[in-house]
Design a protein around this ligand. Sequence first.
Ligand SMILES: *Cc1c(COP(=O)(O)O)cnc(C)c1O
Length: 409
Amino acid sequence: MAMTKRLMIEGVSAEALARRFGTPLYAYSKAALLDRFGRLRKAFRARPTLICYALKANSNRAVCRLFARAGAGADIVSGGELERALAAGFPSGRIVFSGVGKTVQELELALRRGVLTLNVESPEELAALAAVARRLKRPAPVSIRLNPDIDPKTHPHITTGRAENKFGVERGEALRLFRRAAADRWLRVKGIQCHLGSQITDTRPYALAAKTVTGLISQLAKEGISVELADFGGGLGVAYQGDREHPVEKLAATLAAALRPWPRVRLLMEPGRYLVADAGLLLTRVLYRKSTSRRRFLIVDAAMNDLGRPALYGAWHPIVPARPRRGTPATVDVVGPICESGDFLGRARRLPPCEAGDVLAVLKAGAYGFSMSSQYNSRPRAAEVLVNGTKARLVRRRESLADLVSHEL
Ligand SMILES: *Cc1c(COP(=O)(O)O)cnc(C)c1O
């Protein structure tokens, strides 16, 4: 074991970033972000497709701005994300608004800003939207979110398209909602949407969903209701460990084939994770080493409040030293300072010898990392930097201790 290769993010070493900006620190590679978007767009080029970046995966404005400039739309799930998306430069006509619990204020904001469509998820939400549209005298663009009852075989907490999930409406209900929307002078039927879950590595669930969606499109056509958008949501998986990355070319071909009878229907996708996961990492420093009779621990300065995925879903992220030391590797648990036994970043990892002060990198942490972070245990949230070649730019400053109490009265 004589690895001494330094970990680089583009042209900047991980150690230099940690020194300059402190830890815990999220770092994103601009080239990797744009490369992902380019690959996806290329895969879908055979049919005009609007790729709407799901902001919740990583809503940092600098990251969003890159996608907005590259021509992406945005998939948002709250009024806060709507304002973020607009501030980052996404045109309102390329923003789709998802979510089961949009408030009246959020519906109103979406209509005032002029979003492309609202993905409606229940009869009561449709009625609320119609009422807001009537009051504002602005017709509301409506898509119905279908729950196709498909099991994408991913983690139960990130499965969304099954009949026992709270998302979307079943086929019969969707038909009724389309009829109601078509008959309401303040509602405009735009499309059908579905989103099956996250970290899906197989095209099959999408092929099944496409069957239901196209079946519904033909049924609606027979009734004189035409649909402009077919939105298959996000969920494209990345390769964290043994799993493979979603075969996006195959997915594009599958969806294009399913939609062939409807050349005027615009295809829409809402990827989040796929665009940002691999482009980001979390840097952390070793604070202490300790052992019990059963385990060896590396206690580091990042915790579940910074990166919650391991604690929440048992997610596996690669962990590597920024500059591996020579010596015999050991099996260690990499844990944070938080008072929960669930606070770990990785368990039973083979790592080269590490000492206090060493920098470790938790890889593939660009999605649902910072965006899910919290101040639990009164820990200020981490800083974020964007790396472009040999330059690193702070894109969110580290929170201060004053920030922790700034809202308290
Ligand atoms: C979370 C979410 C997405 C993005 O999911 P990924 O797995 O990150 O691609 C897309 N659409 C909707 C409605 C979502 O809730």
